[in-house]
Write a protein that binds this ligand. Sequence first.
Ligand code: 4AD
Ligand code: MG
Length: 467
Amino acid sequence: MLKPLIKEILAQGQTPSYGDCIVRGWVRSKRELKNLIFVDVNDGSCFNSIQCTFDRARALSPETESGLATLSTGCSVEIQGRIAPSPASGQAVELVGISLRVLGTAPVETYPLQKKAHSIEFLREIAHLRARTNTIGAVARVRSRLSFAVHEFFQQRGFRYIHTPIITASDAEGAGAMFQVTTLDMDAIAKSGKAPDFHKDFFGKKSFLTVSGQLEAETYATALSRVYTFGPTFRAENSNTTRHLAEFWMIEPEIAFAELEDNMSLAEDFLKALFTVALNDCADDLAFFDARVEKGIVKTLHSVVDAHFTHITYTNAIVELEKNAAAFEFKPFWGCDLQSEHEKFLTEKVARGPVIVTDYPKEIKAFYMKQNDDGKTVRAMDVLVPRLGEIIGGSEREADLGRLEARMGELGMRLEDYWWYLDLRRFGTVPHSGFGMGFERLIQYITGMANIRDVIPYPRAVGQAEF
Ligand code: 4AD
Ligand code: MG
């Protein structure tokens, strides 16, 4: 049996089984009022700290006395006492301390996390300690609960979890923003003046970190019908924004015998299910985000769960944007990639909530998307949400071998590199669809955190690989 967490102690406090108890955690603050000493202890198991009180009028052991004297924010402690109803507001119970043991000190002069507001930028520089703050601790708990919710959602609907490779030789998005993986001695090659010979590299060819598990997921969807991946993905995009990471976690369901409409309704159900879990199971953490990070976030999540997502084609979206062209720095036109100011307008002004944009021009979307008969657009869908823009991107896949090969040819792709992917269209091809959701974008949306670098423990971005 593991020792009880503060979350369990606080929960048990609501029943009449008050009694002897030991609290373990890190001191958030210490206050003194005449003979009374109040110590707030937090162990990260829940948002709340437990208040422990010591009364100097009662005889305390010398170890407890000296421990109390040295106590400062960040110290790790073990406090033995009795759980009792608390006279203070905002808490049902407190621990009436009997003895205290300091496990580890945290000197005031050197411990960077003192009890005052620290800027989120400063916390990023001490990412190894920032999980001890209210904000980053709450983010970590929400992340954990929602990871599990992703699995629950798919497992309850007959999807199988597939582990797709991290190292790959194919560019799944055809966008070229890949990190190369090599064991060649680049310094020696540079000195020799010769070009590197990748046939001599570890994998016998140029290899990369994956940008998406989709192509491999398609191979399993066309065998097991419904699959999903949930793993790290890597993009070497040089974009220094609040929504992009070089390493992020992506969830990619892939469904056989499914068309774009099925894909859209799965995406909507998925988001709503995840928001519902957050509202039900992360209420204390969300209350904090609502009060301190993004006012109204709880109400917004409730309203999204209750609303139908708006659907609009790319072509109609452009019509809406062109009507308001004056509002944009980047003038919208048919064929342009939607900029974040456009996405913001569509969600906040046109739909006033989440919107699914479909049927984009083929030129701005990936090679594998099903082509419409107009010869210009593809069965793509992006789910956009207010404040953030794109949270999900997906499509129905081109299931016809001839049309897929023709499109890849137009794009100058080497068909022989994708022989296995094309085999899916040669042997038992079926209509199929899927999408990808960036897990950090989801957590950003739910918590209201402004910068994606604060919803992953150790962000990887241009010029940033510390820790
Ligand atoms: O739109 P994307 O590039 O689509 C794909 O990768 C497809 N293979 C998905 C599929 O159909 N199976 O990426 C999907 C999602 C985006 O909507 C966004 O939420 C997230 O992944 N994303 C990023 N998140 C953080 N940092 C980045 N650099 C991201 N790039 C994409
Ligand atoms: Mg996309």
